[in-house]
Design a protein around this ligand. Sequence first.
Ligand SMILES: [Zn+2]
Length: 62
Amino acid sequence: MVDKVCRECRSIVLSGQSCAVCGSTNLSTDWGGYVVIIDPSRSQIAKKMQITLPGKYALKVR
Ligand SMILES: [Zn+2]
């Protein structure tokens, strides 16, 4: 089974048909690479990607 990624916030959706972060059902299975954000307020990557919640995020989503 391939994990899905939310196209709206790039969060990796591990279960279900909607994103746990933003609630979007706009999901993609065509993505590559990921980062784990533990503390968004201290992470430069999180700032760059505009991530405000901890979690696993895809780097590229098509
Ligand atoms: Zn989302």
